[in-house]
Design a protein around this ligand. Structure first.
Ligand code: ATP
Ligand code: MG
Length: 571
């Protein structure tokens, strides 16, 4: 492609409302333009990259046995009413009426549509399992569209849905999808982790988010230094190291005045004891029942673990009134000693290992010293109730936990019967008995992936595309197009590079050299060939965008040098 003919509007200035690197650079380098908040056009270069991502997704999905199809973006409200999501999805679902006043939604996702198709067409176990996908525009009226393509209101998603008669079949497809996702994001040159995520209201433990490790990520991930263990901070399990077991002798329980000291820090300062020797007691109402939760003073209660452990619908911090009602004292001095039997006590697994600890005395302004579990208080159950912290053991026993922020680019989820049950997607089994299908769903944010790649591959001069996604393979520059000799050599090389199979962008514009170099850096094509002053001697310059390394090469050697540099970048 001759650059003089390409629609590539670049910008010198950083756009004022773009606050992350990828958004700034994709705008400046002429890949995208904003039409409205969270709504973008892909200009020719952006579309080329998008197309490459889609093709990687397509190849890996097909390889994994999923079949491509296409569903409408405009969806009947009745389907969403059947699943119940018409009422529960909230304002993110864009709703509209047709000329006959019938309600429709713009597809935010396609569980309802695909389930309605499958329930009408598939009646027998013999036709299962099925795995279908599409690559399509989705609409979500996000509260805070931001970071350009990373959180749009109209965006491109690959969504796949699988249907099964047996759990083992769903399990196998789930694993195959996870592998396909790893292949896809590896081919996109992303540093990612498959992160165990919370299933929320739907339940089930098979729910992984694919997260690109990134400073600007909105999610916090706990992962292992030495293995591929990774989990959402809410989900990461804590394993106790053996050394936490103590052999100290038990001292006599003692009540002491602690005046105004209420929280762990104040009590720790007042009594001059380290926070890990204090039992942190937090009082909750769990599905309206009183529950006292105990963790070590240097730990934080993870309410999602608490909720999952108690199979609860609602976990709420108790009010002051409720605390007084059940514990006879205000928050600030509460503890597990001599608590009414009606209050359930649940202790983090580290609490029974504490000896001669400190805790609130359920009397305002007083704490106990030398508190010991079993002797001074008991609990109804112990469980893993706290957040992991930096340096905890990795649950798989390999390495320790560290934290990073992540951008969610993909999501795989075992839905079970959440949609098939209310929407009555059933089949006849081997015995002719009617059964409800099980489902899985698997999404990839295709346009978000493009932005994530841009976010993680750039420098102060612009974008740096990986070979697999670059809009062009080679950027050929005639340094001075007005010089007949340079233009002639560059024209010849353009034909040569194309015939060698490179997708070549040829900057033949009558611009100053500085403008061409700046634009070339900004666009970020991995290999650059510059035809300049030495063109007459048959010498050109090759520059590697990523390393900045450049070399003079004779025209006759160009083919082999480009091949060598390409292979180096590929490995
Ligand atoms: P998020 O938590 O970021 O809002 P989500 O969990 O709601 O995303 P899913 O319903 O799992 O998203 O959708 C599948 C994939 O679609 C996500 O993994 C993400 O990559 C992409 N995606 C979701 N919302 C957006 C958006 N507003 N803009 C761009 N991509 C998105
Ligand atoms: Mg998700």
């Amino acid at each position: 492609m001759r650059q003089s003919q390409l629609f590539l509007p670049t910008l010198r200035e950083v756009p004022a409302d773009a606050d992350v690197k990828s958004h700034q650079l994709l705008l400046r380098a002429g890949f995208i333009r904003q039409n409205a908040a969270g709504i973008y056009s892909f200009l020719p270069l952006g579309k080329k990259v998008l197309h490459k991502i889609e093709n990687i997704v397509r190849e890996e999905m097909n390889r994994a046995g999923s079949q491509e199809m296409m569903m409408p973006a405009l969806q009947l409200a009745e389907l969403w009413q059947e699943s119940g999501r018409w009422y529960s999805y909230g304002p993110e679902l864009m709703r509209l009426k047709d000329r006959h006043e019938r309600d429709f939604a713009l597809g935010a996702t396609h569980e309802e549509v695909i389930t309605s198709i499958i329930r009408d067409e598939v009646k027998s176990y013999k036709k299962l399992p099925l795995n279908l996908y599409q690559i399509q525009t989705k609409f979500r009226d996000e509260k805070r569209p931001r970071f350009g393509l990373l959180r749009g209101r109209e965006f491109i998603m690959k969504d796949a849905y699988s249907f099964h008669d047996k759990q083992e079949s769903l399990d196998a497809t789930y694993e195959r999808m996870k592998d396909a996702y790893s292949a896809i994001f590896s081919r996109c040159n992303l540093n990612f982790r498959a992160v165990l995520a919370d299933s929320g209201a739907i339940g089930g433990k098979d729910n992984h988010e694919f997260m690109v490790l990134s400073e600007i990520g909105e999610d916090l991930i706990a992962y292992s230094t030495d293995s591929d263990f990774a989990a959402n901070i809410e989900m990461a399990p804590v394993v106790l190291p053996a050394k936490e077991i103590s052999t100290e002798t038990l001292l006599e329980l003692e009540k002491v005045e602690t005046k105004g000291a209420k929280n762990i820090e104040e009590v720790s300062n007042y009594l001059q004891v380290p926070s890990h020797t204090i039992i942190k007691s937090l009082f909750y109402m769990v599905d309206e029942q009183p529950v006292l939760v105990l963790v070590r003073g240097d730990h934080e209660v993870n309410e999602i673990k608490l909720k999952n452990e108690l199979s609860a619908n609602e976990v709420m911090m108790a009010t002051e009134e409720e605390t007084v009602k059940w514990l006879n004292t205000k928050p600030g001095s509460i503890g597990p000693v001599a608590v009414s039997k009606e209050v359930k006590i649940i202790a983090d697994q580290a609490v029974p290992l504490m000896t001669n600890a400190v805790c609130g005395a359920n009397e305002e302004g007083y704490h106990y010293l030398n508190v010991n579990g079993e002797r001074d208080f008991t609990w109804h159950e112990t469980a893993d109730l706290r957040f992991v912290v930096d340096g905890d053991l990795s649950p798989d026993g390999k390495g320790t936990i560290v934290f990073a922020k992540g951008i969610e680019v993909g999501h795989v989820f075992k839905l079970g019967k959440v949609y098939s049950e209310p929407m009555k997607a059933s089949y006849l089994d081997e015995n002719g008995k009617n059964q409800i299908m099980s489902m899985g769903c698997y999404g990839i944010g295709v346009s978000r992936t493009l932005a994530a790649v841009a976010e993680e591959n750039n420098d102060e001069n612009g974008l740096i595309w990986p070979l697999s996604l670059t809009p062009f393979d080679v950027h050929l520059l005639a340094v001075n197009s007005k010089n007949a000799e340079q233009a002639e050599v560059a024209d010849e090389l353009y034909e040569q590079l194309k015939s060698e199979g490179y997708d070549c962008l040829y900057d033949d514009r009558p611009e100053r050299a500085g403008v061409k170099f700046t634009d070339s850096d900004l666009i970020g094509i991995p290999l650059r060939v510059m035809v300049g002053k030495k063109a007459g001697e048959g010498i050109v310059e090759v520059k590697i965008r990523k390393s900045g390394e450049s070399m003079e090469v004779s025209v006759s050697e160009l083919k082999s040098v480009l091949k060598r540099e390409w292979d180096k970048l590929a490995n």
